[in-house]
Design a protein around this ligand. Structure first.
Ligand code: ZN
Length: 317
């Protein structure tokens, strides 16, 4: 039995990046500040606040350097940004991020569509970014997550051996961790358990986050499967905002509110106040008028007498 108020899992909020980049509307930078402040107030301690990509490609991500600077004022927050290449990493490190996340496609076809590079070229890019980090900002962490780890809308099946090979490659290139992303919403729980186990056998405690989508309704089941095999960091998006522009039909990140409810109800502390988390939907909705947001827990409300895990003993699960 653990008796603790220390979070047992880390919920990494990706809405301000993954969510915002996949809707057409552009949230004003001032509205991003308000939203990120509300997410932090709810107890989130890692937020992917944006990506460093050319504004002409993704106008939703213009102003990310300003968003980083705002997020750096929030105490205890790990400020993360996505970078697809060395140029993005230079801008992110100049802005002062704590952590870089580099998407590396396990699918050869998705890699070319998403970042216009082969997988081998992306491994080389990871190596270049690591060298830059080592030179100018050695305390910054680098994660290189496998997108399309569970299947690809372009090429279909992605071989598990390919995922394990690529995870091994990016860790050898110097990334601190490598997680698995179900970019296309094709994963099932048995596959999640099997693939995380295989990757852990290859890269050990450098195995990173589970990034699951709810495209076919299995997002939470897949997170629980990952938890069962030792994963303790989970990406999620407030209101389920997000998807991938190069994985058509793959909208729907796991809803942060529902994921936090699941863990808290199980007795697994997240460090997040669900009431304040649901309140953080207001600045999201205000900043993106008319954009649909999702989530069962915010609609149903908390069950009568619900006691969050952090005020109780964590259950043996
Ligand atoms: Zn996603």
């Amino acid at each position: 039995m653990r008796n603790t108020k220390t979070p047992a899992v880390l919920i990494s909020e990706v809405g301000p990046r993954d969510g915002l980049q996949s809707v057409d509307a552009v949230m004003a930078t001032a509205d991003k500040f308000k939203w990120i402040t509300a997410l932090h107030a709810a107890g989130l301690r890692e937020i992917e606040v944006g990506s460093f990509v050319p504004a002409k490609l993704l106008p939703q991500m213009a102003g990310t350097a300003d968003v980083v600077r705002h997020a750096l004022t929030l105490p205890g927050l790990t400020v993360m940004a996505l970078v697809p290449n060395l140029r993005g990493a230079q801008a992110a490190l100049a802005a002062g991020v704590h952590k870089l996340t580099i998407p590396v496609s396990a699918s050869a076809a998705h890699s070319l569509a998403n970042v216009r590079k082969t997988r081998e070229e992306m491994v080389a890019e990871v190596r270049n970014i690591v060298a830059l980090r080592n030179e100018i900002a050695p305390s910054v962490k680098i994660e290189a997550n496998m997108s399309t780890a569970f299947g690809c809308t372009i090429q279909g099946e992605v071989k598990e051996d390919d995922v394990v090979w690529l995870a091994t490659q990016v860790i050898a290139a110097g990334a601190d961790e490598s997680g698995l992303s179900d970019t296309t919403g094709m994963a099932n729980p048995a596959q999640v358990r099997r693939l995380f186990n295989k990757v852990r056998a290859a890269i050990g405690d450098k195995t990173g986050a589970a990034h699951m989508h709810n495209t076919r309704g299995l997002g939470l089941a897949n997170c629980l499967a990952a938890y069962d095999v030792g994963v303790r960091t989970f990406d999620a998006s407030l209101g389920g905002l997000g998807g991938c522009p190069y994985a058509p039909g793959a909208s729907g990140n796991v809803v942060t509110e529902d994921l936090v409810f699941m863990f808290e109800a199980m007795g697994v502390p997240t460090g997040i106040d669900i009431g304040k988390l649901i309140a953080a939907r207001a600045p999201l909705i205000a900043g993106l008028p008319g954009e649909p947001v999702y989530g069962m827990t915010p609609e149903a409300g908390l069950p009568k007498g619900f006691v969050p895990a952090r005020s109780t003993e964590a259950a043996d699960v």
